[in-house]
Design a protein around this ligand. Structure first.
Ligand code: GTP
Ligand code: SPV
Ligand code: MN
Length: 600
């Protein structure tokens, strides 16, 4: 029974619009989860993996046209176009509502409408928020079971008059036009992932994949939540959260923003290569932060599961991810082995002799194609991560000492660079650029600015979001975390990564930890504070002096040539760009120019 008045009215409205054959309010039980898999297996889209090898785990193959987030079909429908900003696609809300009404009318004919009450964040946390997703996809229901907290407890928390974000999703393929359902229904030619930040609603049509369809994740926890956070004085960020413990047992919590497929999941659960340091995971993708009474910034992971990039994940690169996957997992668009298990590029050094690839075709190492899609994903409960921090579900969250920004940069950007203060840190965040990855459709490798790793996820004008970051520093009695710009992805002339990355990133984390404690040195440079050679622990690392020098070099010319690019980028946002950030850019230019030797 639905006690919440707003919810009851809204459900009737959507039922009337979508005209499903059946209607189910999800209770979040194991029974319900298993029923979804019965349906998905019967429909031919899912297979259960070998039960002895990987208990209660499933492999799903999506339609090859529905494999990643589609940013070109993602819309922010604010009343005023300027409020969506050049970072978003905008359609006037009235026009979008008309389009959506047409699309959603009767879109669930022949299908079941599932209602998923979900909490982003531990139920009852003062930082958490509730949403309700309506969907006609059993795959979405099963995924939401893992990725969020759903069901009865959430309905209870919602009570009679609690607030929730309404999220409507349909794969967009009513059954009446088809003789027979297809395994992965979708409607890629009529894709709309639309957000209404003013009324805080989400409507998604035509895709069943990842961030397009699991509406708690990018749509709610970032696009809508960023707008809420702006209005309410908190932060909703595309960041991992990790707990770092030194050999003496002291702890710092660190959050980090990296664009999609740039290493958040890896960093969140890394195994340090430096002895007696420990990293534990609080979250691997999204971070909500609010200031507490004592002025500290507390963070929760609003998600309950990990939706991780599969390719590149192996015991050598991310053992803790592999060890999380021993049971109760969903694998999407990976390859299947002859003995009913899974494989993807990078899982093992040698590929198996024969596989069924992500398209369902026979595959051998000679095929010359990828066995798994580059954006193939695993879905697993965060609780299954062997290094999940005990406090990951603490209602109060964890206090953040430092924030990292990073991207994939083959050149110019050093391994680590500390901001002198919050404003310079916000400036660092605003200039992150990264080479494009497979997490979104588009040209891979192309360089794009991705401020705070939020370009595809900021639900309003990016320049207003920067202003929000600047304004945070003006709040009364707040203790601001330190901010760092990091880059694991520098390449040498042969195109090989210079920094070994992964577990070795713990060396950078250690320096940051010790900066927070006040015990590590830094050298002030025109671009920020870099570690001194002695303060960065490189004991036992397999790197030459030249390589280390390159990783920590301050490339005056390289940075000077970045300045006009940053300026051009800022110009897109016109006079909404915070004055404080323009000042940072100007003083960076001045410091760089002053650093050019007089005869050079
Ligand atoms: P989303 O889930 O899309 O937000 O991605 P993410 O930021 O969590 O990225 P993830 O940790 O899944 O890593 C994506 C890719 O980057 C994988 O192929 C990793 O192997 C690779 N990667 C992660 N960390 C490092 C690193 O330190 N160095 C290098 N060279 N590659 C890395
Ligand atoms: C990302 O692209 O940043 C992801 C995957 O985490 S998705 O949920 O599809 O957005
Ligand atoms: Mn992500």
């Amino acid at each position: 029974m639905v006690k919440n008045t707003k919810l009851a009215v809204w459900l009737e409205e959507i039922k009337e619009l979508c005209q499903p054959d059946d209607f189910i309010i999800c209770d979040g039980s194991d029974d319900e989860y298993n029923r979804m898999w019965d349906i998905l297996i019967k429909s031919g889209v899912a297979r259960q993996l070998d039960h002895d090898k990987r208990p209660n785990s499933y492999l799903v193959r999506s339609d090859p046209k529905d494999v990643a987030r589609v940013e070109s079909r993602t819309f922010i429908c604010s009343e005023d176009e300027a409020d969506a900003g050049p970072n978003n696609n905008w359609i006037p809300p009235d026009e979008m509502r008309k389009t959506l009404k047409g699309l959603f009318k009767g879109c669930m004919h022949g299908r079941t409408m599932y209602v998923i009450p979900f909490s982003m964040g531990p139920v009852g946390s003062p930082i958490a928020h509730i949403g309700v997703e309506i969907t006609d996809s059993p795959y979405v229901v099963a995924s939401m079971h893992v990725m969020t907290r759903i069901g009865k407890a959430v309905l209870e928390e919602l009570g009679r008059d609690g607030e929730f974000v309404p999220c409507v999703h349909s794969v967009g393929l009513p059954l009446d036009d088809l003789d027979k359902d297809v395994p992965w229904p979708c409607n890629p030619d009529n894709l709309y992932i639309s957000h209404f930040p003013d009324s805080r609603e989400i409507w998604s049509f035509g895709s069943g994949y990842g961030g397009n369809a699991l509406l708690g994740k990018k749509c709610f926890a970032l696009r809508i939540a960023s707008a809420m956070a702006h209005d309410e004085g908190w932060l909703a960020e595309h960041m991992l959260i990790l707990k770092l413990t030194n050999p003496e047992g002291a702890v710092h919590y660190i959050a980090g923003a990296f664009p999609s497929a740039c290493g958040k999941t890896n960093l969140a659960m890394l195994i340090p290569t430096i002895p007696d340091w420990k990293v534990e995971m609080v979250g691997d993708d999204i971070c909500w932060m609010k200031f507490q009474q004592d002025g500290r910034l507390f963070a929760i992971n609003p998600e309950a599961g990990i939706f991780g990039v599969a390719p590149g994940t192996g015991m050598a690169s991310n053992a803790n991810a592999m060890l999380s996957l021993h049971r109760d997992c969903i694998f999407t668009n990976v390859a299947e082995t002859d003995d009913g298990d899974i494989w993807w590029e990078g899982m093992t050094e040698e590929p198996p002799d024969h596989l069924i690839d992500w398209n369902g075709n026979d595959w051998t190492p000679e095929s010359g194609t990828l066995a798994a899609h580059p954006n193939a994903r695993f879905t697993v409960s965060a609780a299954q991560c062997p290094v999940i921090a005990d406090e990951w579900e603490d209602l109060a969250g964890v206090p953040i000492s430092a924030i990292l920004f990073g991207g994939r940069r083959a050149t110019v950007v050093p391994l680590v660079n500390e901001a002198a203060n919050w404003i310079q840190g916000a400036f660092f965040g605003s200039i992150i650029s990264s080479e494009k990855t497979a997490a979104a459709s588009g040209t891979i490798g192309e360089l794009r600015r991705d401020p705070m790793a939020m370009l595809p996820f900021c639900g309003y004008n990016m320049a207003d979001y920067w202003q929000h970051w600047v304004d945070i520093s003006k709040m009364q009695h707040v203790q601001l975390p330190r901010i760092y710009y990091v880059n694991w992805f520098r390449k040498d002339a042969d195109g090989k990564y210079i920094w070994p990355g992964f577990g070795e990133n713990s060396r950078v984390l250690k320096w940051i930890f010790e900066r927070c404690e006040g015990s590590a040195d830094a050298v002030e440079t025109p671009i920020g504070n870099l570690p001194t050679m002695d303060s960065l622990d490189l004991s036992g690392i397999n790197l030459g002096q030249d390589e280390i020098a390159q990783l920590l070099s301050v490339e005056i010319d390289g940075w000077l040539s970045e300045i006009p690019l940053i300026e051009a980028y800022y110009t897109q946002y016109g006079d909404r760009v915070p004055q404080a950030l323009r000042q940072e850019l100007n003083s960076l230019r001045e410091r760089l120019e002053n650093a050019i030797p007089a005869d050079g």
